[in-house]
Design a protein around this ligand. Structure first.
Ligand SMILES: *Cc1c(COP(=O)(O)O)cnc(C)c1O
Length: 403
């Protein structure tokens, strides 16, 4: 992008053209700097690098050109000043909290966040004197009531997993700022291809790159995007704590970002078509997907997102009217192509029974509150044809009808 202003490019272009790396041989594909350390011309140069007098690479726990390229590209896509890459989404989430919070601080979080994020709140932040209050993602007054003078961070995922509930990013950003707190958004389900929380007032974005940024289920990774001074704190933490991204994984994510917009649009379109179709099928008692006009927050999702994403969930019942685990498992086990797994964000469509897997260890009371019923099935739609996906889901519907 010689002499061009990146601010003039669209997301699709930034995803391909930001921070292209070149070797001396002028390879067109970005090289992988698969090296733990870097060498110097002289002892004096080594000293200057270590003292910070001369910028440059020292060691891949601190900086690596391939990881740097991924960070710059994701920051450009989110419209943020800086980005720090991590070894996984959970490393990014815990690294952000441990760098930005002090003992005595308080966090307000949506109850509907990734299960392991709850473990960080419940077990680890608590151990260091940081308390978290859980609230209903959709209920602004619940957020308001939970705020204390020592609240530093409001945290959410939107759309939520697995019920596709929507948090109002602009309203929550205002609430956070009115109370001297930061709004941190886990943007894993939409990615910047569909939703730009920073443009709506959020302060910090977190990603599990493992999901849609990779897009093909190959590598674990995570990232945090936000203002430079805050990201300097986060970088300081990852340099010391060591949960840094591998250069090989960064290269896979760089390639993933190049096709992100196309994948997100195509997977969202397939999901919408399947959700509309499933809504009228016998055996399906409810479809949870913000792209459907029947979804209570359809309008809000339409304002915040350019498409509705590729995760939906359905509640099923068998021919005898049972809405239980057996009905859900019967449906899942009748599919022949779709992968039975808890992962998502892949070009391969996946099917999950949340109550017995992702939410298996959640207390019954919490499960009920989160809407994770025994007959709930999550579908993360990939890139197979809608015809073939329908044929596979029809096997599940037939199994329900014959029960
Ligand atoms: C998977 C996931 C995470 C955790 O990411 P890992 O890369 O598995 O550590 C965090 N948030 C959301 C929304 C996720 O789906």
């Amino acid at each position: 992008m010689k002499d061009l202003d990146p601010n003039e490019f669209d997301v699709e272009t930034l995803a391909i053209r930001t921070s292209q790396l070149r070797t001396d041989e002028m390879a067109h594909s970005d090289p992988i700097f698969l090296t733990s350390s870097f060498v110097y011309e002289s002892a004096a140069q080594a000293a200057a690098r270590f003292s910070g007098e001369e910028p440059g690479n020292i060691y891949s726990r601190f900086t690596n050109p391939t990881v740097r390229a991924f960070e710059e590209r994701l920051a450009a896509l989110e419209g943020g000043e800086a980005c720090v890459a991590f070894a996984s989404g959970m490393a990014a989430i815990s690294g952000t909290f441990f760098s930005l919070l002090e003992p005595g601080d308080h966090v307000v979080s949506s109850r509907s966040v990734f299960g392991t994020t709850n473990v960080i709140f419940d077990r680890y932040l608590k151990k260091f004197g940081i308390e978290t209050t859980m609230v209903d993602l959709k209920d602004l007054s619940d957020w308001e009531k939970a705020i204390r003078p020592e609240t530093r961070i409001l945290f959410l995922e939107t759309p939520s997993n697995p019920l596709s509930e929507i948090g109002d990013i602009a309203a929550l950003a205002k609430l956070a700022h009115d109370n001297g707190a930061l709004l941190v958004v886990d943007n894993c389900f939409c990615t910047p291809a569909l939703q730009k929380p920073l443009d709506m007032g959020a302060d910090i974005i977190i990603h599990s790159a493992t999901k849609y940024l990779d897009g093909q289920g190959r590598c674990l990774g995570g990232a945090v995007v936000g203002p430079k001074p805050k990201m300097d704190d986060v970088l300081g933490f990852v340099r010391s704590a060591g949960a840094c991204m591998s250069p090989f994984n960064a290269w896979v994510f760089l390639k993933g970002l190049e096709t992100l917009s196309l994948r997100m649009e195509a997977q969202s379109a397939r999901t919408l078509e399947l959700a509309q179709w499933l809504e009228s099928q016998p055996g399906v008692v409810k479809v949870h997907y913000a792209g459907l006009p029947s979804h209570p927050q359809h309008q809000l999702a339409g304002r915040q997102q350019s498409a509705y994403g590729a995760v939906m969930s359905i509640e099923v019942e068998d021919a005898a009217g049972n809405r239980d685990r057996q009905a859900a498992w019967r449906f899942i086990d009748a599919t022949r192509m779709i992968s039975i797994t808890a992962n998502l964000g892949d070009v391969k469509t996946t099917v999950t029974h949340p109550a017995s897997t992702t939410h298996g260890r959640v207390a019954e009371e919490e499960k009920r509150r989160a809407g994770v019923t025994e007959n709930l099935i999550r579908l993360a739609v990939g890139l197979e044809s809608v015809k073939d996906l329908k044929a596979d889901l029809e096997r599940g519907l037939k199994a329900l009808a014959s029960a």
